[in-house]
Design a protein around this ligand. Structure first.
Ligand code: ATP
Ligand code: MG
Ligand code: MG
Ligand code: MG
Length: 433
């Protein structure tokens, strides 16, 4: 992509309304723009990151055996009356009426709808177990939307729902999602701590939240220091034993921790950090199959209420969490797995024929090799170009100037370490392709 053809409103000024670093950097790097309180437009660069995160989430859901579908954002109030949640949900639900005076709402979550869809499709035990998911916009009329996309009103969530014949099956589905979550967050370059959570208004019996440890988290997490010793490799190859080990280690959100009278972790092993909730999984049994009237025929011919779970990931919130975990004074440092482009190609002198010719050639070669490249071909000073590349945080910067070219070299800068290296054009290409 040529920057002269792109929409990238990068700013030097720190936006006054942004309180935390990820929100500041998302605005400065031209990833999003707020269009109303807690509602954001995703600009081209931000959309690329969002899509990359979404894709990793999708791959891990698929790997866990979940099946993707897509449910609408607008739902009918009647559906929610069946479960009793229409009145229970409160002011976080955005409600409206259509031209026929039918009460509608913008979905904050999809338990009711998926249960209805599944009950229309599933007849017998042969149709179970199933886990279905979608990645769709949600709306919650948060009392205090803040921190940019971290607590938006409109936000992108992956939500999965599992259906099993019995509690034992539900436990297996829950564990499969638990593994998918550990792998997803590890692939995003994040260390997520699974925290035993109260089940809250969704109800049920087993629930874990996944928190990214960061100073700007909205709640405090208390945990056993041993959790910090779990490596990325272990998380990427997680299985039932990893879950057993992790859930065996103490980790609680502050409110729950406060209720614990006899903490099993000694004071010198107990750590506390702020946490950002990026995922939440629930096993709630037959709550919705009971209220929505879902049943299937069991092996013995009797009708059975499926046991269900629901599993959310805050896809758009994750962008903020990743930036909180990975930035420096100059801007964002994207992990390779989600970077909007892999390489930023900087033409230091667009008015220099040799320089532009070399850049055009590099751009063509990188594109031919499928290396996602953002080509700064603007007529701007070098300093401004460096600042832009640093703030948007692409993993590699390839810098081409007339002086270097005269010696036959270009410069390759690694954003994360700041290391710079002079290389011939050919070896620079070889390194990036
Ligand atoms: P929070 O405690 O932050 O309000 P929640 O517990 O209400 O979140 P869940 O119902 O568990 O949220 O939804 C699943 C996931 O959706 C959360 O773990 C979080 O990552 C994400 N999420 C929830 N609310 C928002 C929001 N307002 N903006 C962005 N992401 C959100
Ligand atoms: Mg909430
Ligand atoms: Mg929560
Ligand atoms: Mg939650």
């Amino acid at each position: 992509m040529r920057l002269t053809r792109y929409l990238l409103p990068v700013t030097k000024e720190t936006p006054a309304d942004a309180q935390i670093v990820s929100h500041k950097l998302m605005l400065r790097a031209g990833l999003v723009r707020q269009t109303a309180a807690g509602i954001y437009a995703w600009l081209p660069l931000g959309l690329r990151v969002l899509r990359n995160i979404e894709q990793i989430v999708r791959e891990e859901q698929d790997r866990a055996g979940a099946v993707e579908l897509l449910m609408p954002t607008v739902q009918s109030a009647d559906l929610w009356r069946q479960s009793g949640r229409y009145d229970a949900y409160g002011p976080e639900m955005l409600r409206f009426v259509d031209r026929h005076e039918r009460e509608m709402l913008y979905g904050p979550t999809n338990e009711e709808m998926i249960t209805q869809l599944f009950s229309e499709a599933a007849r017998s035990y042969r149709d179970l177990p199933r886990t279905l998911y979608h990645i769709q916009w949600k709306f919650r009329d948060e009392r205090r939307p803040r921190f940019g996309v971290m607590r938006g009103r409109e936000f992108l969530m992956k939500d999965a729902y599992s259906f099993d014949m019995d509690e034992e099956g539900l436990k297996e589905s829950y564990e499969a999602m638990f593994v998918a979550y550990l792998r997803t967050f590890a692939r995003l370059g994040l260390q997520a701590v699974p925290v035993r959570a109260p089940t809250g208004p969704i109800g049920g019996n087993l629930s874990h939240e996944f928190h990214i440890l960061a100073d700007t988290g909205e709640s405090a997490v208390f945990y056993d220091a041993a959790i910090e010793e779990v490596t990325r490799e272990e998380l990427l190859s997680a299985d039932a034993s990893t879950i057993a080990r992790l859930t065996g280690l103490y980790a609680m959100e502050e409110e729950e921790h406060a209720k614990v009278t006899d903490c099993p972790v000694s004071a010198d092993r107990l750590r506390t950090r702020r946490g950002i909730e990026v995922g939440h999984i629930f096993a709630f049994g037959t709550k919705y199959s009971d209220s929505m009237g879902l049943s299937v025929q069991g092996k013995d011919g009797n009708q059975v209420r499926p046991h269900m779970g629901s599993y959310g990931i805050g896809v758009s919130r994750l962008i903020g969490a990743i930036i909180e975990a990975s930035h420096d004074d100059n801007g964002i440092i994207w992990p390779e797995s989600v970077a909007p482009f892999r390489v930023g190609l900087i033409n230091m002198r667009v008015d220099d024929a040799a320089c532009t010719e070399a850049c055009d050639m590099l751009y063509r070669e990188l594109q031919a090799a499928d290396v996602e490249t953002l080509y700064d071909d603007r007529d701007e000073r070098g300093g401004a170009k460096f600042a832009t590349m640093d703030v948007i945080g692409l993993p590699w910067q390839l810098i081409v100037g007339p002086k270097g070219l005269a010696k036959g070299v270009v410069e390759l800068k690694h954003r994360a370490t700041g290391e710079r290296e002079e290389l011939s054009v050919e070896s620079a290409l070889a390194r990036l392709t």
